[in-house]
Design a protein around this ligand. Structure first.
Ligand code: ADP
Ligand code: ZN
Length: 530
């Protein structure tokens, strides 16, 4: 007998209370549950820790048949299944980590209709054998729904891309009438559209939760002596706390962990180049013991559910705002005050640009990678509220938050209103069809071949910005893009175009300021974090 029949007759709230032991739905959960239970398709965007699992687990128990959950993460699958079983739900998984006889049992239970939920890796779902089994269930009306977890894995531009996800488009063709729910915590507008399009969810109802994590304090410091800055940060603000330190390279991960240990801070290392057993052991120590610092590459973290991570530190620049948001989002899942701290320098930007330039990807891939990096740099360089900037990236409005470094200690700034206006006219006068590099050449009065070819030495903006350094122009353009006054057209060689947001500045109704070149200063302790 399944949990569903055991608890019938049922309502979403009844299942929530009696199966999961919670008293109320959070945020969008109830709306999603009702929509999917009634047979609708859904695209759910919720930050990490927001409670995505219940969005399909509750409908799974309310609808007849077995819910099939596609998940790319084996460890997470196992955790979820054991938690569900403890709650008395008939759940199982199929993946490559399993012994053959175990998977035979699961398949038998599936066919016999004994499962409420089946978690399955995408490559397994797409086998002829599995699809044939599902065909039979479908004919009998016994597929409750399909849930596609970590749906951003379908995005070819993200770093979690899984080619098998693209083939999940067979689901609506092969199993019409079965509701599908795709869930992700990563979704800027582009990724969102990509998910909707590639998974055949264009008409699915969208449930978009706020991405704000008010308990996380964002701080970005200028790199000076990063190790010592990190040490001071941990000692001053997070002595004895659990935290994650992200580094770009495996070597740096190991060196940082060893160095922290020497300084008396209990630290572990994690990266994909370590032996599997050591990696697994370190991960499980981090999850189970208190107050460990995990030094890791981004290989660490997806699907890690440790509620009391008090800080996430970056010693290197993440690849994108999405990456930064995901990584920092691992702090404070319990809702208590936590910090996202990053040390960065201009050198990091140069290094990442070079990595992109030298990478194997296509021109299109590189162009997008550059644009993502620029957006991140915009966040790093902003003089305004970091949270507001971050939320704006996800299409959300935010207010001055009072819980980021810029809100708490406003940085010294340069009034760049005049230069920004010149930049905008520069884009306009050259026809809104060029990238920043060329427009800057025009503004600075450089007689390059391209300038000559296009006769841009004859436009009125030629040379009007010769007094401003090229580096400063670059920063300014990045900020104009980051703050939405200019848009980048990725399909036209990153051509810049003016947006409506540029109008107030052009009309003289708005001002524009930039962060001044960093002055050297000691990392100051932020009060009131804990
Ligand atoms: P996500 O997949 O979005 O990262 P999870 O589904 O793992 O989030 O949920 C995060 C945590 O919040 C889990 O520990 C879960 O049990 C808890 N949770 C989710 N929904 C509720 C709720 N309605 N009431 C109480 N706790 C909840
Ligand atoms: Zn703020």
């Amino acid at each position: 007998m399944t949990a569903m029949t055991a608890h019938a007759p049922s309502s979403p709230l009844h299942v929530l209370e009696h199966v999961f032991g919670y008293t109320a739905f959070r945020g969008e959960q109830q709306a999603v549950v009702e929509h999917v239970s009634a047979g609708g398709d859904a695209l759910v965007l919720m930050p990490t820790g927001g409670g995505k699992s219940l969005c399909y687990q509750v409908p799974a128990l309310l609808r007849a048949g077995t819910a099939v959950v596609v998940s790319p993460l084996i460890a997470l699958m196992q955790d979820q299944v054991s938690a569900l079983r403890e709650a008395g739900v008939a759940a199982a998984y199929l993946n490559s980590s399993q012994a053959a006889d175990e998977s035979v049992t699961v398949e038998r239970d599936l066919v016999a209709g004994r499962l409420d939920l089946l978690y399955v890796a995408p490559e397994r779902l797409l086998t002829g054998r599995m699809l044939a089994t599902l065909d039979r269930l479908h004919e009998a009306g016994r597929i409750a729904l399909f849930a596609i977890d970590e749906a951003h894995c379908v995005s070819q531009w993200g770093h979690d891309f899984r080619p098998e996800y693209l083939q999940l488009s067979v689901l609506p063709e092969r199993y019409p009438g079965v509701p599908r729910i795709a869930l992700t915590a990563t979704a800027d507008a582009d990724t969102r559209e990509e998910i909707a399009q590639r998974l055949g969810l264009a008409t699915a109802r969208r449930f978009i939760s706020s991405f704000d994590r008010p308990n996380i304090r964002y701080r970005m410091v200028d790199k000076d002596n990063p190790r010592n800055q990190l040490l001071a940060f941990i000692r001053d603000d997070h002595a004895g706390d659990a935290g994650i330190v992200y580094c770009l390279s495996r070597r740096k991960v190991e060196e940082t962990a060893a160095w922290l240990e020497e300084q008396g801070i209990r630290a572990l290392a994690y990266h994909a180049g370590m032996p599997q057993d050591v990696r697994a052991a370190n991960q499980s120590r981090f999850l189970r013991e208190d107050g460990l610092v995990m030094c890791a590459t981004i290989a660490f973290g997806m699907g890690i559910d440790k509620p009391d991570v008090r800080f996430v530190a970056h010693l290197d620049l993440p690849r994108s705002i999405e990456g930064y948001y995901q990584e920092t989002g691992r702090a404070g899942r319990d809702g208590l005050p936590s910090q996202a701290w990053m040390a960065w320098g201009a050198q990091d930007i140069v290094q990442q640009r070079r990595m992109i330039d030298e990478s194997e990807g296509s021109e299109d891939f590189k162009r997008r990678a550059r644009a993502r990096l620029d957006a991140l740099v915009g966040l790093v360089e902003t003089t305004g509220c970091r949270r507001k900037h971050l939320l704006a990236h996800f299409g959300e409005q935010g207010e001055h938050c009072g819980n980021c470094d810029n809100c708490l200690e406003p940085p010294r700034t340069w009034d760049a209103t005049d230069a920004a206006r010149k930049a905008l006219s520069g884009v306009f006068r050259t026809g809104q069809r060029f990238g920043a590099g060329h427009v800057i050449d025009v503004l600075r009065g450089e007689l390059t071949d391209k300038v000559r070819d296009w006769e841009h030495d004859k436009v009125s903006t030629f040379g009007i910005g010769a007094d401003v350094e090229e580096k400063t122009w670059r920063t300014l353009f990045r900020q104009l893009v980051a703050r939405g006054l200019l848009a980048v057209d990725h399909d036209r060689h990153n051509a810049l175009t003016l947006t409506d947001l540029a109008r107030p500045l052009l009309r003289g109704e708005a001002e524009f300021s930039l962060r001044l070149a960093p002055e050297k200063r000691r990392t100051k302790r932020m009060r009131g974090t804990r």
